[in-house]
Write a protein that binds this ligand. Structure first.
Ligand code: SF4
Length: 346
């Protein structure tokens, strides 16, 4: 699908906005420049409450490419690293440093390196995103919104994650945020930063709803490592199930919010609901499933709908609140074709 229109700097000529594309569902992709680095910004359609514990009819609709529900509000997706790079090397992600996708239009990836987003830059990006959204009628002046720092980069690679969370939590128009990590042991302690941010927000009575997510992708450690194939268990291990469960428990006891285990689901996915139940509490852990559609024969193939329904039912039977992310479609199908499949599914 091509964007309905592509408007290059028409209203923002001469500013730091390098590019804006807006799609028929109003979603916006923009590229902005700051101090010699480029950053992606995306306003994407939010999912409605129907995605939480859907009944079977709703589940079928969420899995359908043709019969997609309409979403109204938009969520701002923010990067944690610059230049369309991420120091991780996740399978199939356009932001991976050494993957098959080596050039992303506008980023100048070929001669720039990943560098982490700092809190001052994050504030600039948010201001620019608000300016764009208000200009394009996506946001009313003064209206609050939600953000997900889910574009290029991962908290595992940003030592400022705690300050970034608190910067966003203190923003007077941002009501909620969702933070996702592959939970790699890079020395930046992403789970500890999540926990500390929750503690600070509680102690300072901050009126912000931050939710945290670990993208597990498999309940089998080998397949989990395979997804993040930059790493080896000896040099850069991933957090264990026990460590993740302990973080979720601590966050829940401080905030009352459950955290989420996310899975991109394809035909070869190994996801055992009994393993989830053995390690994680249904009180403080939600499960998020995102079915993936293969767009060519080289990609991981889609899980059959009956198998997906069976997996969903077995996870629900174990007692987990389960979020089903709609099948990639429309703008996301287009993004998938261009390699941006990681959006919302780190
Ligand atoms: S999925 Fe996330 S962590 Fe992995 S390469 Fe992409 S941006 Fe980095």
């Amino acid at each position: 699908m091509s964007p309905e229109r592509s408007i290059e700097n028409d209203l923002l000529e001469g500013s730091s906005v390098l590019k804006i594309e807006q799609y028929p569902d109003q979603s916006i992709e923009a590229l902005v420049s700051c101090e010699g680095q480029t950053y992606p910004l995306v306003w994407t359609a939010s999912y409605g409450p129907n995605v939480i514990n859907p009944d079977i009819d709703t589940l079928k609709q969420l899995l359908s490419v043709e019969d997609q529900p309409t979403f109204k509000n938009h969520t701002l997706l923010l990067p944690l690293q610059a230049n369309g790079h991420c120091a991780a090397d996740c399978r199939g992600c356009v932001f991976a440093n050494h993957r098959e996708v080596t050039a992303l239009e506008g980023f100048g990836r070929e001669n720039r390196i990943a560098s982490r987003v700092e809190p001052s830059t994050m504030n600039m990006l948010i201001s620019k995103a608000v300016q764009i959204a208000e200009m394009r009628g996506l946001l009313n002046p003064g209206e609050s919104f939600r953000v997900n720092p889910l574009l290029s980069g991962d908290p595992s690679y940003n030592r400022d994650t705690l300050q970034l969370i608190l910067t966003i939590a203190a923003h007077d128009r941002i009501e909620a945020s969702r933070w996702s990590t592959i939970a790699a042991k890079t020395g930046n302690a992403p789970l500890e930063q999540f926990e500390e941010a929750t503690r600070v927000m509680r102690d300072h009575h901050m009126n912000h709803k931050a939710r945290f997510q670990v993208s597990l992708h498999s309940t089998e450690q080998e397949q989990r490592m395979e997804h993040v194939w930059h790493y080896s268990p000896t040099t850069h291990p991933l957090y264990s199930f026990e460590e993740i469960a302990a973080t979720f428990s601590n966050i829940y006891s401080m905030s009352g919010y459950a955290s989420t285990l996310a899975f991109v689901v394809h035909a070869g996915s190994i996801i055992d609901p009994a393993v989830l139940k053995a390690h994680f509490s249904t009180e403080n852990t939600w499960v998020s499933l995102r079915p993936m559609i293969a767009t060519d024969t080289d990609s991981a193939q889609s899980m059959k709908i009956n198998d997906f329904e069976d997996l969903y039912c077995r996870i629900r039977q174990e007692g987990f609140t389960t979020v089903v992310m709609p099948t990639v479609n429309g703008i996301e199908q287009d993004n998938l074709n261009r390699g941006l499949m990681h959006i919302e599914s780190h």
